[in-house]
Design a binder for this molecule. Structure first.
Ligand code: PMP
Length: 338
């Protein structure tokens, strides 16, 4: 019989797929590491598994314990899946700007979600940061993974994502491009690839315009999961050779092209990373192999990136080359507008 013990054993070993259409005119091979094939639908399953197993080994997480983390997205899903399979409870703390769909996903996996007001200072007792600290103090056997400072975040990539890419490309990878959020993916994967290649693999970070990693001050941008307004300890700046800053508009237009032209329904940080990867590939030759990591699926962004209304509100569809949809044209015709 061929089966997996549980969903946990499906974490990692994600496929590498060549990009064939958005890469037209480029000589280098551009390959995408498609992380939505993880059981929780994102790259964050990898860090959830390693952070939990390390905390079990160190005794920080005891049987029947509770995992408390301020997260609203992918990390929460990964932690919730691993936790339920191993018999732990999860309490996640989110700001109230998070969509009910995202909160309901976490609840569907059995997690408890505490929603905090966004409109208060970080020092306020009801702020998202203070509430999670208070819950850790008050809940018996509580443990906070803290992905921004937990060394097992980058280590999970050093031990899984990095070796997978080296094997999948048979050591031919020349460039690795990925977005930077906590910095775990770039530090761990990039660190491994640099080590195994004797420093030959170039590691490039993709960053939303305005974020500190590309020299910004933390100005707001709309791409989710990447960029910061502070420097997390999970990020090892020495691994990164170069940073490419990408606008929201370019990120979202590329995200839509990936769905239409490559069959990849992925999130906004994936579009951003691909824009950076194509800029890197522009100057390269036929022997170069650029790998770009795509962290999550597009399913969580249907009412944003994949909504024409939302995209139009921000002016992101202009010059996108999008044709009017047949349905819209027909409706306008019927209404006598054309
Ligand atoms: N994209 C998305 C959608 C994410 O959730 C994250 C994680 N915050 C990243 C990219 C960046 O990964 P990392 O935290 O490892 O830098």
């Amino acid at each position: 019989m061929h089966f997996h013990d549980s969903m946990i054993s499906l974490v990692g070993n994600t496929p590498l797929v060549r990009l064939n259409n958005v890469t037209k005119g480029l000589k280098a091979t551009v390959l995408a590491k498609v992380e939505y094939f993880n059981p929780g639908g994102s790259v964050k399953d990898r860090i959830a598994l390693r952070m939990i197993e390390a905390a079990e080994a160190s005794g920080e997480l005891r049987p029947g314990g509770t995992i408390v983390e301020p997260t609203s997205g992918n990390t929460g899903v990964g932690l919730a899946i691993v936790a339920q399979q191993k018999g732990y409870k999860c309490v996640f703390v989110c700001p109230d700007k998070v969509s009910t769909d995202k909160i309901n996903v976490l609840r569907a996996y059995g997690a408890e979600v505490v929603v905090c007001p966004t409109a208060v200072d970080p020092e306020h007792p009801d702020s998202y940061y203070n509430v999670s600290d208070r819950l850790v103090r008050e809940i018996p056997d509580a443990w906070k993974p803290d992905q921004y400072s937990n060394p097992n975040n980058p280590l999970s990539h050093y031990h899984s994502t990095g070796p997978e890419l080296w094997e999948q490309t048979e050591g031919k990878i020349t460039h690795f491009v990925t977005g930077i959020g906590t910095g775990g993916t770039i530090s761990g994967t990039g660190g491994y690839l640099k080590e195994v290649s004797g420093g030959k693999v170039k590691v490039v970070g993709a960053d939303p315009e305005g974020s500190v990693y590309s020299g910004g001050s933390g100005r707001p941008y709309l791409v989710e999961g990447v960029g910061e307004d502070f420097w997390p300890t999970a990020y090892d700046r020495n691994v990164t050779d170069d940073i490419v800053a990408v606008s929201d508009k370019d990120s979202f237009q590329m995200t839509r092209r990936l769905a239409k032209e490559e069959g990849l329904l992925v999130g906004g940080s994936c579009g951003m990373a691909v824009v950076a990867a194509l800029r890197v590939a522009e100057g390269l030759g036929p022997d170069d192999v650029v790998v770009v990591l795509l962290p999550d699926s597009g399913r969580g962004y249907m009412s944003k990136i994949f909504s024409d209304e939302w995209m139009n509100d921000y002016g992101f569809l202009e010059e996108a080359g999008d044709q009017p949809r047949v349905g819209d044209v027909l409706r306008r015709k019927e209404g006598g507008e054309l």
